[in-house]
Write a protein that binds this ligand. Structure first.
Ligand SMILES: Cc1cc2nc3c(=O)[nH]c(=O)nc-3n(C[C@H](O)[C@H](O)[C@H](O)COP(=O)(O)OP(=O)(O)OC[C@H]3O[C@@H](n4cnc5c(N)ncnc54)[C@H](O)[C@@H]3O)c2cc1C
Length: 317
């Protein structure tokens, strides 16, 4: 069998790592070049639940989310992957269209009874979805990549490198970093702040993502709860803000009884790479570059679907 070529993947967030693993499993050689590693990537901050939030275009996202669901569901059965399947209540409203339901297997979702909803809500869906504990899943992906002979090199890549190496194939998984290398004006930061809170009170994993500027969610992980969030577009302040912490707690308290006195282990901020549509395609000018970035608030949710699309782009040319 002839060996497939070496592919250089730029970035080691969820998109870069998943793409690397997918290509290695399909016989390619892979080297990741990355400015920052876990835990300094945006992907390290994420709540990392399967939910296609703030991401477009809907039809394609649903297909990629559906594929990802299947991969993550399988990984949830694997000891040490950091992926588990959890019940998640998605709050909705009568007459509201919920496109994301198309991205789920039919048997994974049911409409919630009114008695199961927080006060003031008239509709919701219980979905059984994958959740990745980032502190386990990201190192797990790195481990799988190394086992298959993939390399990770800490290095910043600039446009000159891409232009001067036109025989080398690159996959651009730089998230918001694509603003600099590809001067992409469609790509905007969407600032997310989350609180990681010590367990010790009962909580139900749920989200209300219906109103821009009022995103609220509680997610139960094995060792803590994640409380969120913020969704400020064009805000690239990476510092945690006390006023946001206060607002997040108040909004989550409207969803369920959460004590006034919380033991907050960490307040984390990440800039989601928001775009009108995910860019998962060949570059228009640089014939040696495939893009895989702009996943907004759903990098985990579409990770395997997008990685498989990159594989398809490489093998169908
Ligand atoms: C608070 C918060 C909560 C979230 N919750 C969820 C959730 O529950 N579910 C979900 O699906 N998604 C969620 N997201 C969204 C998800 O985190 C992002 O969509 C995802 O992290 C994007 O991954 P990425 O690999 O494309 O980018 P990143 O994680 O930003 O990785 C980009 C990589 O590229 C590298 N890089 C950049 N520029 C260069 C360069 N010039 N040269 C070399 N390397 C470079 C960086 O160092 C980094 O390694 C959340 C995001 C936030 C902020």
């Amino acid at each position: 069998m002839t060996q497939k070529p070496l592919i250089k993947i730029i970035g080691s967030g969820i998109s870069g790592l998943t793409t690397a693993l997918c290509l290695l499993e399909n016989g390619f050689q892979v080297r990741i070049l990355t400015k920052q590693l876990y835990p300094k990537t945006v992907s390290s901050v994420a709540a990392a639940i399967w939910f296609p939030y703030a991401v477009e275009p809907k039809d394609q996202v649903n297909q990629w989310s559906f594929l990802t669901y299947q991969f993550l569901e399988k990984l949830a059965k694997e000891e040490g992957s950091g992926v588990s399947m959890i019940p998640f209540l998605v709050l909705s409203a009568p007459e509201r269209e919920e496109d994301w339901l198309e991205g789920l297997p039919k048997e994974a979702v049911r409409e919630a009874n009114i008695s199961e909803l927080p006060e003031g809500y008239e509709r919701g869906y219980w979905a059984q979805v994958p959740l990745a504990d980032t502190s386990i899943y990201l190192p797990y992906l790195v481990w799988r990549i190394s086992n298959l002979g993939g390399e990770i090199v800490q290095q910043t890549v600039d446009r000159e490198e891409l232009e001067n190496n036109d025989l080398q194939l690159y996959i651009n998984c730089t998230g918001l970093g694509a603003r600099e290398i590809f001067t992409d004006e469609e790509l905007k930061p969407m600032r997310g702040q989350v609180l990681k809170v010590t367990k010790g009170f009962p909580a139900i994993s749920m989200v209300d993502s219906m109103h821009p500027g009022q995103l609220s969610y509680v997610i139960e992980r094995k060792h803590d709860y994640v409380l969120g969030g913020t969704d400020y577009v064009n805000d690239d302040d990476e510092n945690a803000r006390a006023e946001d912490t206060k607002m997040i707690i108040e909004r989550c308290q409207r969803l369920q009884p959460i004590p006034e006195q919380l033991s907050i282990k960490q307040v984390a901020v990440g800039l989601r790479p928001k775009r009108d549509r995910i860019r998962c395609e060949w570059d228009d000018e640089l014939l040696n570059v495939v893009h895989n970035y702009g996943h907004g608030g759903a990098g985990y949710t579409v990770s395997w679907g997008c990685a498989l699309h990159v594989l398809h782009l490489l093998t169908s040319k």
